[in-house]
Structure formats: C-alpha cells, structure tokens
Design a protein around this ligand. Structure first.
Ligand code: HGY
Ligand code: MN
Ligand code: MN
Length: 412
C-alpha cells in the first residue's frame, strides 16, 4: 500500500484509550492518575507491556521518562520523537496527555503491521510529571531532559504530605539508570486535545498551534494570628485568610489592568487551622500567570507582587513569596507546523492555526529540537475536569495527521 493511503486503526486506538481510562477511573467518568501514584505506575506498566509487544528498544531514565525506539533504515540518524504524558490532574479527564501517548503508539502499531520502514528511527516518549499538580512545577521531567531544570532540585520536591519526588519514583519502580540527558532529536511532535473552545467554535478538526504561551508559577505564604473567633474584637485582628482573599481578587483583576493578552489564576489554597471558630493564621496559595508576551507576564507579576506586599503590611500578616517556576513562551518550528498543515490538507481535515494556552512538554522540547503540536477539539472546550471529552472520530483524525506528519519527517 502506498504510504499516503495509510490510515491508523481507529477502533484499536479507542480500545487502548478505554483500557487506560480504567486505570484511576473516577465515579463521574474522569481519571485520577497523580504523578508517581499507584495509578501512574499501573498505567506505566501497561504502556511498557504494549511497547514490548512492538519489539521497541525500551529505555527508562533516572526521572522515569519512558522511551521506546523503532529502528530506521539508518540508525545513525537522529530519531523523530512523539509522545506526551500519562499523569493526570485530580479528577482529571480521560484524554489529556494520554491521547498523545496512545496516538503515537497507534502510529507505531500501524507502521509495524504494514511493515513500513522509515529512514530515521522513531521514538515514542512518556514524560514524567507533566501536570505539576502533585509535585510542582509542571513539565518537570522534560524540563530536566532538556537541561532547563535541575535534577537535584526536582528530586527534593515534596507533595502536600511531605513525600519526596525521588522517593516516590523509587517506590513505584521507575527510577531508571539512564541519565535524563537530552540527545539529538530530528523532530518532536506532540499530539494533544486543545483543552479550550476554539476548534469547536470554529468547526475545525485539526488545531495547529504556532506555539505555547509562557507559564509563570508563584507560591505565597501568609502568617496571621490565630485566636478564638468569639471574644476577639474585629479591630486589630491579623486574619491571614482575609489578607489572602484581597490578594486573590487582585490576581483576578490583573488581565484587565494589563490590558493585554494574559490570564492569571489562583487555583490552589491551604488554610490553617481551617476551623470555623479559629481566626486563620497560616495560608499558602498559588498564582499562575500566562501570556504569549513574556515581558507582559513579568510586568503583571511585579505589579501584583507590590499589591501583595501592601495588603500584607496593612493587615499585619507577614508574607513570604516564592518565584517557583517560569518557562518562556515557545514559538514552534515553522517547517514542522507546515508539515502538519499539509498532512491535514491531504487527509481532508479542516484545520486552524492557533496558540496553545495550555502548557505541554513541547514547551521544553522546543528549546532543544524542532517541535510542533497537533490539536483536536475538546467538546464544550472543557478539560482538567471529569467531563473532558473528544469525539472518537476526531481522535482518529488527529492520529492520522500524526501518522503522516511523522512519516514525512522520518523519511527526510
Ligand atoms: O498547566 C498546564 O497547562 C498543563 O496542564 N500542565
Ligand atoms: Mn496535558
Ligand atoms: Mn493537563
């Protein structure tokens, strides 16, 4: 069969996604596969089993990144790489991350069953801890692999229960010996759900991001003065939760104040002692700021940081600020973007150029290799929720685009 007649097996893709969705399944149809949890391990074990069935050369590195390589005609050439992540948000969706992994696996299966040989080798990858929800920051292990984050710092990161990243990696048996060090990559393609409303609104099937926005993460700690809520007069209180409340609204007002293309969110908060009859005295909350314009995001942070200092001072609640993580915006490789657009056109799928508001491992891969992404629509624009859903025919369409785009790059 001519290569351009090739199509993936949509039923097999759906079946693999449905098997993965059973691992960490939540009551309302989502998944919870937090990084380095037992559910993450179970999904990794199943993925490795499927790699073995394809006779791929499997490598697990010291951060638990999993690589499966299919030989090419010339194995001195750098591989074409494709993949994403298996970990999910708490009560997350059944497509985020795993679609890109199952899509790349389906491409490997299709090439193998049709005995297609490619010039370059092809590598499928699962990156550890893309979400950054249990262990911050996000895109952690592609970040180390791309030499942008420090392994030691990552190993010592702890979750809310004080569990260390490295200890959890060892516990699930995925701390490999191979150094987590970048190697030469001919092209990196990541296939992912859009996680937003644009493709559905514009009635398109394939999204072709020109790149990913910058992501800036901060952690804020406030000290107040706990006391009995009854006898303590309102005057002179140091209520840490009220200080946080004022700060959180300042974050929400930021995009309007900056007048530019920027989003700002407080997603996580811990309040202690969290008892209805004690004035709160210990708060931690997170700030997430994103924009295509890195400077605008930094200006926004400088502005709201000043607000935080003023509010903390006014309420007598000392503040500690951690500038936890920043990854620059990532404009993708134009040639790879064109490859995707050409594949969508040949396959007859309507496509749309756009920007990714969600972060992906492609943010770091773009710093070290030619990189681009393929999106398919999220129904209702919903993601990071149990109702996250993409039509099976769109999953199939996106995987066919991935197949032909990889073939194009793998045959030079
Ligand atoms: O935060 C993000 O956009 C990604 O889900 N880690
Ligand atoms: Mn994702
Ligand atoms: Mn996600």
């Amino acid at each position: 069969m001519e290569n351009n007649q090739l199509r993936i097996n949509g039923k097999r893709l759906q079946d693999s996604l449905e098997q993965m969705a059973k691992i960490g399944a939540t009551p309302n149809g989502g998944v919870q596969r937090l990084t380095l949890s037992d559910e993450d391990k179970a999904a990794r074990d199943l993925f490795v089993k499927w790699l073995k069935e394809l006779d791929l050369e499997i490598v697990i590195d010291e951060l638990g990144n999993i690589f499966g390589t299919r030989k090419g005609k010339d194995n001195t050439l750098a591989p074409v790489m494709s993949g994403s992540h298996i970990d999910s948000q708490p009560k997350g969706g059944r497509f985020d991350g795993i679609l890109g992994v199952m899509g790349a696996l389906e491409v490997m299966r299709t090439l193998t069953e049709n005995s297609i040989e490619t010039q370059h080798p092809i590598t499928i990858v699962v990156w550890t801890n893309e979400e950054g929800t249990r262990f911050a920051p996000a895109m952690m292990c592609s970040g180390v692999w791309a030499n942008a984050l420090d392994k030691k710092w990552i190993y010592d990161r702890t979750d809310i229960n004080g569990k260390r990243f490295e200890d959890e990696l060892i516990r699930i048996g995925y701390k490999g010996d191979t150094p987590a060090k970048k190697s030469d990559i001919h092209a990196y393609y990541e296939y992912h759900i859009e996680q937003g409303p644009v493709l559905e609104r514009e009635n398109k099937i394939i999204g072709i991001p020109k790149g990913i926005v910058c992501l800036h993460w901060y952690d804020i700690y406030l000290e107040g003065e706990a006391n009995q809520v009854g006898p303590t007069p309102m005057e002179g209180r140091h209520d840490a939760l009220c200080a946080a409340a004022e700060m959180i609204l300042k974050v929400n007002e930021l995009p309007n104040r900056m007048g530019g293309n920027l989003v700002a969110t407080v997603g996580e908060i811990q309040n202690e002692p969290n008892s209805r009859n004690i004035i709160p005295d210990k708060i931690h909350f997170t700030v997430d700021i994103r924009s295509w314009d890195d400077d605008l995001a930094i200006k926004a942070w400088d502005l709201v940081k000043q607000d935080f200092e003023n509010i903390a001072h006014g309420r007598g609640c000392p503040i500690r600020i951690e500038e936890t993580w920043r990854v620059e915006h990532s404009p993708f490789n134009q040639e790879l973007v064109k490859n995707i657009a050409d594949s969508a056109k040949i396959l007859g799928y309507p496509s749309l150029h756009m920007v990714s508001g969600a972060g992906h491992d492609a943010s770091y891969m773009n710093q070290i290799a030619p990189t681009a992404m393929i999106f398919v629509p999220s129904i209702g624009g919903r993601s990071h929720v149990e109702v996250e859903k993409t039509k099976w025919e769109d999953c199939e369409a996106g995987t066919n685009v991935l197949l032909h785009t990889i073939l194009k790059s793998a045959n030079g």
